[in-house]
Ligand binder design. Sequence first.
Ligand code: NCD
Length: 311
Amino acid sequence: MVLLKHLVSVDQLSVPIIEGLFGRVEEMKAVARHHASQLLSGYIMASYFYEVSTRTRFSHEAAMIRLGGQVIGAENAKDFSSAAKGETLEDSIRIVSGQADVIVLRHTDIGAAKRASIVSRVPSINEGDGPGEHPTQALLDLYTIQNELGTLNDITIMMVGDLKHGRTIHSLAKLLCHFNVKIIFVSPENLRVPTQIRSTLSRAGVEFREETDLASAIPQADVIYMTRIQKERFADLDEYERSRGCYILNAPMLEDAKPKMAILHPLPRVDEIDTNVDTDPRAAYFRQADNGPFVRMALLAEMLRPNGNSH
Ligand code: NCD
């Protein structure tokens, strides 16, 4: 497998890299069951989060600890690290990269992960750079699709909600360019998927279309990927108020959905999926979240100890 020093964007992920990672996920599930690995014993991960997070941070920290490593961190780096004194991201990363063996970073600004990777002396992983990208989420989304449907090819994926600000959408749409998929984007006019992502898909020959109506495309979908309207990204809160609640998936809407399909959501949900969907066997969003630590274990193992055995 081609080694990655830093993971900044899904643009760095080729099919052999993806397959190499997914090939290790089963092994990681066994490691987690047996509480057994010392693969990353003696390694320190710095968990550096300038933006709120529950799943991603816990998932990454659990992944490191499951592999025998340790974690240092700032969960509110904007207020409780030297950033509050005015230190630049670059200087903070220079310091942290002298103290840890890997840095996982979530930041408010597009491009922050790239800036960090330029100055970091140790591997760094982008866990979300503002409305930019979220590559590890895309990896676990892709893994979940494969696991739920048994394939990543000849499938139709609906992506619904705030496609403009949703970094998980941006990363997943680009990652799907490696496979034979069709994408149906469903969003309000003001929250359409960015032009840059549409151009990437066109260049890769991915068939896609844009719609505003959720219900009509449901029968064609093998995957419905719901997303939250990203309140924190709106400069104008009135615009947010006008957009919130625009798509709510509920159980009756799934009557004409395929019997074998998967409903995904990176979570947290606000109101995009009614809780009456949760008991539907096709509701895969909690299984999707459960896959997070295993995919991140595989990533940490590949980045830090590519030839190491996790048992
Ligand atoms: C997403 C994020 O932070 O971009 N959450 C996550 O990492 N699972 C999605 C969101 O916040 O809506």
